[in-house]
Design a protein around this ligand. Sequence first.
Ligand code: ATP
Ligand code: MG
Length: 236
Amino acid sequence: MLEVKNIHASYGKVHVLHNVSIQVGEQEIVSIIGANGAGKSTLMRNIMGLYHPRSGDIRMDGESILRLKTDQIVKKGIVYVPEGREVFPDLSVEDNLEMGAFSRRYSAQKYKSLLEEVYEIYPRLKDRRKQLAGSLSGGEQQMVAIARGLMSEPKLIMFDEPSLGLAPVIVDEMFDVIVRINREKKLPVILVEQNAFAALSISNRCYVMENGVVTASGDSKVLMNSPEIKKAYLGG
Ligand SMILES: Nc1ncnc2c1ncn2[C@@H]1O[C@H](COP(=O)(O)OP(=O)(O)OP(=O)(O)O)[C@@H](O)[C@H]1O
Ligand SMILES: [Mg+2]
C-alpha cells in the first residue's frame, strides 16, 4: 500500500534522513518509535509532500507520490494528524470537521452519514459540536484532529505522537480508538510514538529510528521482547 524506498531528506543543508525505507500493508498498524530528534516527524512530512526527499521514492498503491504536492497526496487518500493537534481554534467542532471533508465534495447525504460515523466514535464531540475548538481540553482537541482526518475517508492515516500531553486514562482511550478505526474501517495506520510500550502493544510491526536511520524493524511482539529494545525504549 505505502512504500518508502531508500529516502534521503534534509532541511536545507542539514541532512536528516539517511536511506530510510518503510512499508505499510493493507489493514496494518505500523508504529515508528525513536528518541526526540530521530527524524520521525521529518519522515511523516516527507511522505505528506510538505518537504520532498532529495533521493529515493515514495509509492502509494504502486504509484510514485514523490513529487506530488500535499493537497494531491491528500487526494490520494493519505491523511496526517500532526504533532500538537492543530485544530482551527476559532471554528466550532463541527466546522473543524467540515474542513476535513472539504476537499472531497461529498453530497449532503454522504457528509451527514460520515459526520454521524465520527460522532459515533467520539460522542463527546457531538455534545460539544457548537463549541469553539480552541476552548476544548487537550484530549478533546486531539479527538477533533483525528475526527477531522477521518472525515476525508482516508486510505491511510498517520498519527504523530497522538498521546503527547494527555492524561493516562485519555491516552488509553485514544489508543483504543486507533485500534477500532483500524479494525472497523480496515484502515492502515502509521503511529509515531514516544510511548514505545503502547506503540508496540497495539501495532503489528514497528520501525525503530535513531539519528535519521532505521536501526531495527519487525514484528512488534518480537521487538517488545528484544533485550536491546527493552533496554533502550521500555525501561529495562
Ligand atoms: N524545520 C526544520 N529545520 C531544520 N531542522 C529541522 C526542522 N525540523 C526538524 N529539524 C531537525 O531534524 C531532526 C529530526 O527532527 P524530527 O522533528 O523529525 O524528530 P522527531 O523524531 O519527530 O522528534 P520528536 O520525538 O522530538 O518529535 C532534528 O535534529 C531536528 O532538529
Ligand atoms: Mg516529532
